[in-house]
Design a protein around this ligand. Structure first.
Ligand code: NAP
Length: 250
């Protein structure tokens, strides 16, 4: 299928895990894809893989914790490489800290989690929305988490950042819909990726409580993102779509 033909997508955190899967799936659907992250080697490998399959992709190295000028540079370089306005933005990158008691979070951890998970999506979306509006609209998908909905012990910092992102989705959806920009959240549950194989026992234990009793896959989440980015979702604004085996339903 070519549901994203004629579109240009920027997927943050696409050098690994879920973001990589989203970038590859979007390229297969015909989008020009901008891969971004911290790792140039993995970025180049993922771009090469997409191109080898007949897709179009480019890599921009950027540190989302480095503040506004770095984020605006990312937006500009992504647009220049795509050769057209970015009209799909997936705010997927996240800074993850291992689970720990809230009394042990350091101020540095608090700042970095909020910088990468909330401030960076805010600034990047603000940098790209004007061109989306000028060229007839676009779609922003924020990668949330069931951890931003449920109270899960030892992950309060991460959960707060995801709840903040969920809130931005709803406010931006209300603010930008009239200008043709749709904003939605995809909220995965425990999801196995090539980068978190070491967490398999923990993720599988967490998923035991899911109604469908399995962990999610990168493909499960990518399919939801593609749907929300596509014209099939043209009347969908501000939703939180869980990809969690029913966890939030119980
Ligand atoms: N996996 C799960 O079980 C799960 C469940 C719910 C929600 N999620 C959400 O899904 C998203 C992806 O998770 P994942 O499991 O795929 O994680 P991951 O494999 O660790 O990927 C995180 C990505 O974010 C990038 N990143 C981190 N800090 C960055 C920074 N300062 N600047 C630029 N890029 C940065 C990383 O880049 P480099 O690789 O280049 O360092 C990497 O590409 C996250 O938003 C996460 O919260 C995941």
């Amino acid at each position: 299928m070519n549901r994203l033909e004629g579109h240009a997508a920027l997927v943050t955190g696409s050098t690994s895990g879920i973001g990589r899967g989203v970038a590859e799936a979007m390229a297969r659907e015909g989008a020009i894809v901008i891969v971004t992250g911290l790792g140039p080697e993995s970025g180049a490998r993922i771009v090469d893989g997409i191109v080898a399959e007949g897709g179009v992709a480019h890599f921009v190295e950027a540190d989302l914790s480095a503040g506004g000028s770095e984020i605006r540079r990312l937006a500009q370089e992504a647009t220049a490489l795509a050769g057209r306005p970015i009209d799909i933005l997936v705010n997927n990158a996240a800074f993850l800290v291992p689970p720990h008691p809230m009394t042990e979070s350091t101020e540095e951890q608090i700042d970095k989690v909020l910088e990468v998970n909330v401030k960076a999506p805010y600034l990047l979306t603000a940098a790209l929305v004007p061109a989306m509006v000028e060229h007839g609209g676009g779609s922003v998908i924020n990668m949330g988490s069931i951890g931003g909905v449920d109270g899960i012990k030892f992950t309060s910092l991460y959960g707060a950042s995801k709840a903040g992102l969920h809130s931005l989705t709803r406010s931006w959806a209300a603010e930008l819909a009239a200008d043709g920009v749709r904003v939605n959240t995809v909220a995965p549950g425990p999801t196995l990726t090539e980068g978190n194989e070491d967490l398999r026992p923990l993720l599988e234990k967490l998923a035991e409580g899911n109604p469908d009793r399995r962990t999610g896959t990168v493909q499960d989440t990518a399919a939801a993102v593609i749907f929300l980015a596509s014209d099939e979702a043209s009347h969908i604004h501000g939703v939180l779509l869980p990809v969690d085996g029913g966890a939030l339903a119980t």
